[in-house]
Design a protein around this ligand. Structure first.
Ligand SMILES: [Cu+2]
Length: 497
């Protein structure tokens, strides 16, 4: 059973690989080298606010967090589940065969405790990507890691990683139940949880009224009061310090790997150039502050002017909580940084998206199929829908292989939704009625009461999830499938997370 499954995967990948990578003038005899590794998913302990916290980590046998690969190579990876819970890993942003996408019930069964699962696919992109659990609420328990793919033709520059996340001492299930049923339903509370239940009650007062329907309320920037924001597993009490030299240009790779937080990235006294969004090159945008939503990535170049310490701070949308790293030259005085800013951050605007233009836009082609994606929800019942349906009662979005497709996202909520489509890259063409020759993305923040139009080429057959990357909205039903006509749909009731 297992061997035949592996063979099927190999055949699917191999034929797809031939299609995707054999450029007309390439020498067919040249084999594409294979990168082989193991990624171990395991329990991990970190310290947050002076307390031990049990989370997860995805690392190679030598302890390296996540993976760094090279474009043009086959990626052969064994994912080993060394936890006591089932899991599945999804390769966020990668264009790969549907069978390798890592969605439970749709592309594979869950990987049970102690078991391994083999993936094999070509790396056809380069840039900043990430991997994360697509099972239950594990993404909130830090079951995620960077996935960086180098372009072999590109010169190496010094880098700094900012893998941003949010942290709660509560379980994702407890948070979701609380969001759904309010204060009277904290399940199986322990002594230490009772304090968290208190902060849960403050959630009502601080973030927004959970008893009010979300529609029509423009002030909804987040749903959950987290205990801390993290960068590379650390709080600002003890941040990562990246050694730099005066005159050096550093490539910041910023990943929003949280479960419910969009971020403002502040460069402090440095000036930056945003050169890529979601791994795809854009015409550089200069600035001191940039924004990213859950699931998205930014590549920003900063030049170190002189000796010193340069904090790079990411503040959560709508909150005072902040996180980050420090770039420091040798011997520089390292400042003490607070985990809270003096003022809460506002809402992320569409300014950066309107200013962003792809270096390699999609070729001009008539639209052959327009898909409508209407986002609705109700805070009082904490239900979230796409086209009036909650997963798993979805109605698939149907495309035909080869079509140029437009997706019109229309958000009826007072809250923005970071919408992620698996297995494809799309280009923004309209933002709140304004036409643009925008950036390429795999995840786009659809503004509150706003709309976004994107285009893509349907050239990767399969069943591909389209969902909100706010974990609790996804749990609350905001998920559907883009189905290629002719590919059988998964069985009714499939959870897919
Ligand atoms: Cu959402």
């Amino acid at each position: 059973m297992k061997r035949s499954l592996c063979l099927a995967l190999l055949l699917t990948s191999a034929s797809w690989f031939g299609m995707a990578l054999a450029a007309p003038n390439s020498t067919p005899a040249t084999p594409h080298p294979t990168e082989t590794t193991t990624l171990i998913v395991k329990p991990y302990t970190i310290e947050v606010n002076g307390k031990k916290a049990n989370v997860y980590r995805i690392e190679q046998p030598d302890g390296t967090w996540g993976y760094r690969g090279t474009e043009g190579r086959m990626f052969r990876v064994t994912v080993k589940n060394d936890t006591n819970v089932p899991t599945v890993l999804h390769w966020h942003g990668l264009i790969l065969p549907n069978s390798q996408d890592g969605v439970p019930g749709i592309t594979q069964p869950p990987i049970m405790p102690g078991q391994s699962y083999h993936y094999l696919f070509p790396l056809v992109q380069s840039g900043t990507y990430w991997m994360h659990s697509h099972y239950a609420g594990q993404i909130q328990q830090q079951m995620s890691a960077p996935l960086i793919i180098d372009d072999p033709k590109e010169a190496k520059t010094p880098e700094a990683l900012l893998f941003l996340s949010d942290f709660s001492f509560k379980t994702p299930e407890a948070i979701f139940t609380h969001l759904k049923h309010g204060n009277d339903a904290m399940p199986s509370m322990t002594m230490s949880d009772s304090k968290n239940a208190m902060s849960g009650m403050q959630m009502n007062a601080n973030s927004h009224s959970m008893a009010m329907p979300n529609n029509g309320n423009p002030g909804d920037l987040y749903d959950v009061d987290y205990d801390a924001l993290l960068t590379n597993y650390r709080t600002l009490d003890n941040p990562d310090i990246t050694q730099v030299k005066p005159g050096e240009t550093i490539r910041l790779r910023v990943i929003d790997g949280g479960s419910g937080t969009n971020f403002f990235v502040n460069l402090g006294t440095l000036s930056g150039k945003l050169i890529a969004i979601d791994g795809e090159a854009i015409r550089p945008i200069s600035g001191k502050q940039f924004t990213l939503s859950l699931g998205q990535r930014l590549d920003i170049l900063v030049t170190i002017p002189k000796n010193g310490a340069y904090p790079i701070i990411a503040q959560g949308e709508g909150t005072k909580l902040q996180t980050g790293i420090i770039l420091a030259t040798p011997g520089a005085h390292i400042p003490k940084l607070s985990q809270t800013a003096s003022v809460a951050a506002g809402a992320i605007s569409t300014a950066q998206e309107l200013a962003a233009h792809a270096v390699n836009p999609l070729v001009n082609k008539p639209i052959e199929n327009t898909l409508h994606v209407v986002l609705t929800g109700d805070m009082s019942t904490y239900t979230w829908e796409i086209n009036g349906k909650m997963w798993p009662a979805y109605v698939p979005l149907e495309v035909e292989h080869g079509q140029r497709v437009e997706i019109d996202f229309e958000n009826h909520n007072g809250m923005a939704h970071p919408m992620h489509l698996h297995g494809h890259v799309f280009q923004i063409i309209e933002i709140n009625g304004k036409k643009t020759d925008g950036a390429l993305h795999d995840t786009i923040l659809v503004p509150a009461h706003g709309d976004i139009k994107v285009i893509l080429d349907a050239n990767n057959p399969g069943n591909w999830l389209l969902h909100c990357h706010v974990l609790y909205h996804q749990m609350g039903g905001m998920m559907t499938l883009m189905n290629y006509i002719g590919i059988p749909l998964p069985p009714k009731g499939t959870q897919a997370m």
